[in-house]
Write a protein that binds this ligand. Structure first.
Ligand SMILES: [Zn+2]
Length: 273
């Protein structure tokens, strides 16, 4: 019997990239140097590999991974928020990934939650990301400390505010919250309230089975999850949506690999396996 060809062993390749993706082309990814203009990722990689390549937005990829094999498994309607430097989003509606006409669907981080809010990296004012992205979490923490609040965090940074940064703030806040630190708990509560406001809007529009919280900040676990649930419960007393359906992601960084792999295989075969 002849050995299986590469094409038979590997039917397709999937890849997640930052930025909106339309027909395999990443339209712009301002955080990747040289990717300011459209990059035909599927075409370039497909040529190199001689295999069909399916590119998708990285947050959509994480959402699809969680939907198929993680916290959203078995659900028809799933929303995912990735909490990190930015706030990414992914949406599955009736078992279909929602991509939009320009690859821009599910940009939940850039929905406006305050008309007069601070300027966001995208140029808009009052985006969710400007209130709940890592930059905002860091700023909120520093403000409390600079106002003279006592906190375990001050020991961690030896009183030097400059020691706190976007890389360590999530870990420090989680450690401090675990020890009952009032500043850390307040930062999570406030951040969760903003996230809850945005999630309430998403629930009103999409009526999902599950809302999944992923990304680096979600490593804080219940410290961020429970404030989000409380905020959503307070805002949705009229809805049958159970805030316990807001859950933590299960696949971690693997979601960004599992999602494109499964999606590419399904795009290739035309069926959901
Ligand atoms: Zn924005």
């Amino acid at each position: 019997m002849a050995e299986a060809t590469v094409e038979e062993k590997i039917p397709a390749v999937g890849i997640g990239t930052p930025g909106p993706v339309v027909d395999g082309t990443t339209m712009f990814a301002p955080n990747l140097h040289g990717w300011e203009d459209p990059v035909p990722v599927s075409k370039i990689l497909g040529g190199e590999l001689s295999l069909p390549v399916f590119a998708m937005n990285d947050a959509n990829a994480a959402c699809y991974g969680e939907y198929r094999h993680g916290a959203g498994k078995g659900c028809a309607n799933v929303v995912l928020l990735t909490l990190g430097t930015g706030i990414g989003g992914g949406i599955v509606v009736n078992h279909q990934l929602l991509i939009g006409s320009r690859g821009q669907a599910a940009e939940i981080g850039h929905t406006t939650i305050d008309l007069r809010g601070p300027r966001c990296g995208c140029g808009n004012h009052g985006c969710l990301e400007a209130f709940a992205g890592i930059h905002a979490i860091l700023g909120r923490t520093l403000q409390l400390l600079q106002n003279g609040r006592k906190s375990i965090l001050l020991d961690k940074i030896q009183g030097d505010f400059g020691q706190l940064n976007q890389e360590n703030i999530g870990k420090f806040l989680s450690e401090a919250a675990a020890q009952g630190d009032a500043v850390a708990l307040e930062v999570f509560e406030t951040t969760g309230a903003y996230l809850g406001a945005a999630i309430e809007s998403v629930v009103m529009v999409l009526d999902p089975d599950r809302v999944i919280i992923g990304g680096g900040v979600s490593r804080a676990g219940d410290f961020i999850l429970q404030p989000i649930r409380r905020a959503v419960a307070a805002r949705t007393p009229h809805l049958p949506f159970d805030p316990n359906n807001i859950v933590l992601a299960q696949l971690g960084n693997d979601a960004g690999v599992v999602g494109p792999a499964v999606w590419a295989r399904e795009q290739r075969s035309g069926v959901m396996e």
